[in-house]
Design a protein around this ligand. Structure first.
Ligand SMILES: [Zn+2]
Length: 51
């Protein structure tokens, strides 16, 4: 197995990790209408019914 020649500095590692993003979390069901929505977000279908 290959072994890294040099230690990656904190700055260099941090720069590489700027491309990392949090994966989209699983959708949850809306309590009112049962439609899938993002957790801690306003339900789009409920919001449509309001107006
Ligand atoms: Zn809803």
């Amino acid at each position: 197995m290959a072994v890294p020649k040099r230690r990656v500095s904190h700055t260099r590692a941090a720069k590489r990790r700027t491309h990392y993003k949090i994966a989209l979390s699983a959708p949850v069901k809306c309590k009112k209408c049962g439609a899938y929505k993002l957790p801690h977000h306003l339900c789009p279908s409920c919001e449509l019914k309001k107006s």
